[in-house]
Design a protein around this ligand. Structure first.
Ligand code: CUK
Ligand code: CUA
Length: 662
């Protein structure tokens, strides 16, 4: 019965498709119908296909920059096709792009932790650089939760340029987030430790463990975090969670929620320990605290020199943060997770995992309560707590396990529901109220997703000017959606069409994410990206984004012996040979190898690899790279181009001969 109805709908859809292509040939209509019937596709499926299918040569309208979770990387994905465009090696070496196998090692080393090499990360929150609250497509920042690090990625070449380790704490979560003009990158601690992760007994938790937010100064001209102009603000040892920077009405503020205001220290499973496990211990209070930080005020306090050096890093003390009036708290419902600022910056939306509502705070009311000191008290560290009822604007019952919220251009907000496995669409009030037909602060509809959604992302959905149109559910579980790939399954990115008001929000694509477990991702209009197609000049050094004077040029290739145990090699690569093709060094030589890809053609990448010495590079057109190693193993080592670059690519090789020492 249902099949029949669907089949008659196919005719319509097929005719629609046929007309759309200018082809009214009945045969092709029949063909579409036949295939749809054979594959069991509904009209909705055909429509979804029409909305997402991207024929060869057609480009995507939007680009997702997705965190990679504990893969340590960033993934770049096209919308609506949901095709993976590339990965960006960040905290984890990645051989295909030559990241961390001879090149990039110095940058990865900046992320060493306590003198140890750390070659993975847990990336959660990418932040695109913004100008006036809108993505400008220039820079991307991302945090590593596992070791409290921030990475800077240049979107001219999609490469990581800097990794910086937080000196005060050992993991982070409320980062990376940027204010509307990217003056700073915010990073906040999560599982608190004594400063610098020094040792202290758990019984010291209340007195010696500390939370903090670090404001990393971003020098846009240099494209680097300027550590000398960065500082931190001490916070109580609650588990600070996700954050969001204010904009427009809330410009200058930074909002940050927290769990574990109980100061639970766990201990479950330890003999003689009577504390409840963390999961219960941190969820006992009916409310936790939203932290409201006036970062512009904090900047002034820092500039006035009112800080203490801790672990060689300037920290504004909790005491000063309170007396200077730059830190306030206000209660938020149980086990809060997401905090998201509305497009005009006038509302702050908080969702508590254990409360079926989203709670909306009014920025105007917050400002008023701060000015009038409308406090309901203070926490045990002396931080003033703004009275909940005087700052809360509304609560919307959206469903079970609300986590994160994004916004559309039409007064809609979208909240992910982890336990319901759904996306809730609801309406904002205030100035947004006129933008859609529904009443303010009301749940409009819910769309099921598969399964257990974490973050969600709407096109430009956290900027001052959201686009709507598409929303992606970043689901944690895929369960039965794909061919079984062993017990480890991909995550599932589901694309939802949110372009129509008042209708459903159909899921129009499932994308298995089998290369990492992403958390947040941001979606930018593709035409805002101004990526290079080749490096601007031959000999371009991506680490300085300029021509490197050391870069070998055609006719300057050579091998120079410097002193007894040092050799310097100047090599070029072009289709389809390396110059020189023979490199002979002596066992024990310190080898410095310079190599330039002298190509000017788009996509004319050459790889370069040496066995045994663990070297593999990816040299894009124009790129210069340098790597060093000690030739301690004698032997005969063919080096070759790993990228199938030409008909004579197999011939693009040479020999490294390491002569044994006497
Ligand atoms: S968190 Cu993972 S679902 Cu790190 Cu932003 Cu919420
Ligand atoms: Cu160059 Cu293969």
């Amino acid at each position: 019965m249902r099949l029949k109805a669907l089949q008659s709908k196919f005719l319509l859809t097929a005719a629609f498709i046929a007309i759309g292509t200018g082809n009214t040939n009945a045969q092709s209509i029949n063909e579409v119908q036949k295939i749809a019937n054979e594959r069991g596709l509904s009209t909705a499926d055909l429509l979804a296909a029409a909305k997402t299918y991207t024929p060869t040569g057609m480009k995507d309208e939007y680009v997702i920059f997705s965190s990679g979770g504990h893969s340590g990387q960033v993934f770049v994905i096209g919308v609506p096709s949901m095709r993976i465009l590339r990965t960006i090696g960040v905290f984890t070496p990645e051989s295909w792009q030559g990241w961390g196998y001879g090149v990039g090692n110095e940058i990865l080393d900046e992320g060493n932790v306590s003198g140890r090499e750390n070659r993975w990360g847990d990336t959660h929150h990418p932040a695109l650089s913004e100008t006036n609250g809108d993505y400008d497509g220039e820079w991307l920042f991302i945090n590593d939760k596992s070791n409290a690090r921030i990475a800077v990625i240049d979107l001219r070449d999609f490469e990581t340029k800097q990794i910086i380790k937080n000196p005060l704490f050992i993991n982070d979560h409320g980062g990376a987030f940027v204010p509307p003009n990217t003056e700073y990158i915010f990073e906040t601690a999560q599982y608190n430790v004594p400063w610098g992760a020094d040792h202290a007994p758990m019984s010291d938790y209340k007195d010696n463990f500390r939370g903090a937010v670090t404001m990393w100064k971003f020098d846009r001209k240099k494209g680097r975090i300027d550590k000398a102009k960065s500082f931190a603000i001490e916070l109580p040892p609650y588990w600070q969670d996700i954050a969001d920077a204010g904009k427009l009405a809330s410009d200058g503020y930074f909002f940050l929620n927290s769990i574990n205001t109980e100061l639970a220290t766990g201990g479950f499973g330890v003999e003689g320990e009577k504390n409840p496990p963390f999961e219960a211990g941190v969820s006992m209070n009916a409310t936790d605290y939203l932290h409201i930080i006036d970062w512009k005020k904090a900047e002034k306090v820092f500039e006035a020199g009112k800080y203490t050096m801790i672990k060689d890093f300037p920290v504004i003390s909790l005491k000063d943060a309170v007396s200077e009036g730059l830190l306030h708290l206000t209660p938020e419902p149980r086990s809060p997770h997401g905090v998201d600022v509305s497009p005009k910056g006038d509302f702050v939306v908080v969702s508590g995992k254990l409360d079926p509502h989203t709670t909306i705070y009014s920025v105007e009311k917050i400002k008023k309560a701060i000015a009038n000191k409308t406090f309901s008290g203070q926490d045990e560290y002396g931080v003033p707590v703004l009275d909940f009822d005087s700052v809360m604007e509304a609560q919307v019952e959206v469903g079970l396990g609300p986590l994160h919220t994004q916004f559309g251009p039409d007064g809609y907000a979208y909240t992910s529901l982890f336990l319901d496995s759904a996306v809730a669409r609801w309406t904002l009030g205030g100035d947004y109220g006129k933008l859609n037909p529904e009443p303010d602060w009301t749940l409009v509809q819910k769309t099921p997703v598969h399964y257990n959604i974490g973050h969600l992302g709407a096109a430009e959905g956290d900027t001052v000017d959201p686009d709507g149109k598409y929303l992606v559910a970043y689901n944690k579980w895929s369960v039965d959606r794909f061919v079984q790939t062993g017990p480890l399954m991909p995550q599932n990115f589901q694309l939802l069409d949110i372009s129509e008001q008042g209708t459903e929000m159909p899921v129009i694509y499932d994308m298995p994410m089998g290369i990492g477990e992403p958390h947040y991702a941001q979606i930018i209009k593709a035409d805002k990206l101004k990526s290079w197609s080749v490096y601007p000049e031959i000999g371009w050094d991506p680490t300085i984004q300029a021509v490197n004077p050391w870069a070998p040029r055609p006719k300057s290739e050579r091998i120079e012996r410097k002193g007894e145990h040092e050799v310097e090699i100047f090599m070029t690569s072009v289709r389809s040979h390396f110059t020189p093709e023979h490199v002979t060094v002596k066992q024990g030589d310190k080898v410095t190898w310079h190599i330039t890809n002298t190509e000017r053609a788009i996509d004319a990448t050459h790889g370069f690899s040496i066995p045994v010495y663990n070297i593999t590079l990816s040299l894009e057109a124009g790129e210069y790279a340098k790597f060093e190693f000690v030739a301690d193993t004698p032997g005969t080592f063919p080096f070759y181009c790993t990228e199938f670059c030409s008909a004579l690519h197999l011939e693009m090789m040479g020999y490294l001969m390491v002569e044994p020492a006497e």
